[in-house]
Design a protein around this ligand. Structure first.
Ligand code: AMP
Ligand code: ZN
Ligand code: ZN
Length: 406
């Protein structure tokens, strides 16, 4: 009898110890991802960014992060979150028409941006929440919408003017919440240096100043993170959705020079990307006319080069148009000065590539990683957080070399 009691006691103790050592929440690290919009991969080569350099030395820096095509903000932020190409997740441009529902989607249409109907695939915060892991987001594309019945535990309605410093303070406050409320995944966003890159052009003084300011903010960010009691458990990723190319307003093509309005049913997009639905019986005239343009490409849906992974989603409609590098496309002459920087171009154009930095316990120290695709971020984030990933276009193989446990 005594032996049986001792045995039961020992067995119980073993179960208890095994249970506590493998309690996932106790060992699960934190991951905080920041996207600074339009942060071209080679800005830090000529603009002083001492704080990003610190991350490169103490963690990982990639040569560049290749965006998905089209290299626009909404398709790419949602690609980073889901590991799917825009053609797979359905946010095919910053603005589009959905033929199934006959509803329009555009970055300034708050209701559409918050409507989960538009968002295919499974963003990483949904993967996390489904597996009982709390997440939070300050303005990541898609985080306002309920997707497959989930939202991040903490999310905010987009407010363009909300100061970066306060976003940062909120992120820090979230990391100090009581353990049962603290998010393990945080994704936050800044709209610069994209805005300045468009306005002044890449590498112009006004853009460089903004980049240096953002880097100084990264210094504050790193210091504050280092001061947290859980600092050793926090992984950071600092990245961006695409780069920026200098534009010359003189090098502009106008769609009105090629097509008649009566040939169109829908025309969606802005420089350098347009998706078109032809009016009944007009597809061929439209296509042949656009083919004559010297400085942009036009493809029929289904004929876009395979490497661009684009063009077969119904929201891409009949024709896909994209300007050649260094050229712009406007619908018509409107007398307005064009921007001095732009993006959306072929993702093989390295001006479209973005930054990638990472540090923390999951990442190697002083590792320089080759260029990789932003669809690979989802498998990376899932791995760092110990989550079972959904099936995606991105591949873990491409990022595994930057991790401490290979
Ligand atoms: P673009 O440069 O045209 O690709 O788009 C950049 C703009 O997207 C930024 O200036 C932001 O104002 C806007 N933006 C980025 N994230 C969001 C969001 N979550 N909700 C609404 N607008 C956003
Ligand atoms: Zn952007
Ligand atoms: Zn932009």
């Amino acid at each position: 009898m005594k032996k049986a009691i001792i045995f039961l006691f020992l067995a119980g103790a073993i179960v208890f110890i095994a249970g506590s050592c493998c309690n996932k929440e106790e060992s699960r690290p934190y991951l905080v991802v920041l996207s600074m919009d339009g942060f071209r991969w080679d800005y830090p080569d000529s603009i002083p960014t001492p704080n990003l350099d610190v991350i490169a030395q103490s963690g990982v820096k990639a040569k560049s992060l290749q965006p998905a095509f089209p290299s626009k903000t909404f398709p790419n932020h949602y690609t980073m979150a889901t590991g799917l190409y825009p053609n797979s997740h359905g946010i095919v441009l910053n603005s589009f028409w959905d033929p199934d529902s006959n509803i329009y989607y555009a970055i300034r249409m708050n209701e559409a941006v918050g409507n989960g109907y538009f968002y295919g695939g499974e963003p990483i915060w949904v993967t996390a929440e489904k597996q009982g892991v709390k997440s939070a987001s300050y303005f990541w594309v898609g985080s306002e919408a309920e997707i497959n019945g989930y939202r991040p535990s903490i999310w905010k309605k987009y407010d363009h003017d909300f100061p970066y410093e306060q976003r940062l303070d909120s992120v820090l406050a979230w990391l100090q919440l009581p353990e049962d409320q603290r998010p393990h995944l945080i994704m936050w966003y800044m709209d610069e240096p994209d805005h300045s890159g468009h306005y002044y052009g890449p590498f112009a003084e006004g853009t460089n100043e903004v980049i240096m300011y953002q880097d100084s903010l990264m210094g504050v960010y790193l210091d504050k993170i280092a001061g947290l009691p859980i600092a050793d458990e926090i992984n950071l990723i600092i990245t961006s959705d695409h780069g920026m190319q200098a534009s010359d307003p003189e090098r502009t093509e106008y769609l009105e020079d090629y097509i008649k309005k009566s040939w169109l049913t829908e025309l969606q997009g802005y420089n350098p990307n347009y998706n078109i639905l032809a009016a009944d019986g007009c597809l061929d005239s439209l296509y042949q006319a656009l083919l004559t343009a010297e400085h942009f490409k036009v493809w029929k849906a289904g004929e876009v080069p395979e490497r661009l992974n684009y063009g077969t989603h119904p929201r891409c409609m009949d024709l896909i148009v994209c300007a050649d590098s260094a050229w712009r496309i406007k619908i018509k002459r409107d007398g307005r000065r064009g921007s001095l920087g732009d993006h959306g171009y072929d993702n093989r154009n390295t001006d479209m590539h973005a930054i990638f930095y990472a540090s923390g316990p999951a990442f190697k120290k002083g590792h320089f990683h080759p260029t990789f695709n932003n669809v690979d971020l989802y498998p990376l984030m899932a791995y760092v957080l110990g989550l079972e990933p959904a099936e995606v276009d991105g591949r873990f193989e491409n990022v595994k070399g930057m991790l401490t446990e290979e």
